[in-house]
Design a protein around this ligand. Structure first.
Ligand code: SF4
Length: 199
């Protein structure tokens, strides 16, 4: 696992060099609120520039069902909270050159991990769906439809190796832009100063 302050990544293009082929960019949505993706979209007109440099090969905003092979950079929002996330994050690692923990839920667990002190997933579901006042329904269980919760929510680096991190809840758009510009053009991504802030 790389340090929080900096991660070393393989160059996608040498600094200053023209990008010969488009970078294959994936964005992944695990256990998060999608706020990190919304902040990514808040880079506004820079997205047009970015579109000249990358092909978005997998994303919640693209209708792609399978995580593809040969991804250059994968931004991962959210923590690993259920079995579907667990399977996907291993695919992401196997098929991506650079994996980025994108936002506080991915980096620390953050909001998604707030259920961890409450006990195992089964007892939380039992309370929420069966014992809570006015509900008393069955615990949802639809194999293949409702992913099974893991007993503990984990930040991404506890499950796979992560190359670097973008903190923030959500990371502000300028921070996302700065990190991606570095990832696209240099060997090392170094966020500094306020760009290291959580929350
Ligand atoms: Fe949402 Fe914040 Fe988690 Fe991003 S880090 S998914 S904005 S709660």
């Amino acid at each position: 696992m790389g340090a929080l302050t900096a991660g070393t990544v393989e160059p996608v293009a040498e600094a200053g060099a023209a990008v010969a082929t488009k970078v294959r960019l994936a964005t992944v949505w695990l256990g998060g609120c999608s706020g990190c993706h919304m902040s990514f979209l808040d880079t506004d007109e820079w997205l047009i520039e970015l579109a000249q440099l990358v092909d978005v090969v997998y994303s919640p905003i693209a209708d792609v069902k399978e995580f593809p092979e040969n991804v250059d950079i994968a931004l991962v929002e959210g923590a690993v909270a259920n079995e579907e996330h667990l399977e996907l994050i291993h695919q992401v690692r196997e098929r991506s050159k650079v994996v980025v923990s994108f936002g506080d839920c991915a980096v620390t667990g953050n909001v998604t991990a707030m259920r961890n002190p409450l006990g195992k997933a089964s007892s939380i579901l039992q309370y929420v769906y069966v014992e809570a006042p006015k509900l008393q329904g069955p615990v949802p269980s639809e194999p293949g439809i409702v992913p099974v919760l893991l007993d503990r929510v984990e930040p991404v680096h506890e499950v796979i190796d992560v190359d670097f991190y973008i903190p923030g809840c959500p990371p502000p758009a300028p921070r996302i832009r700065a990190a991606l510009e570095q990832a696209l053009t240099t060997r090392a991504v170094r966020l500094q100063g306020r760009d290291l802030n959580f929350g």
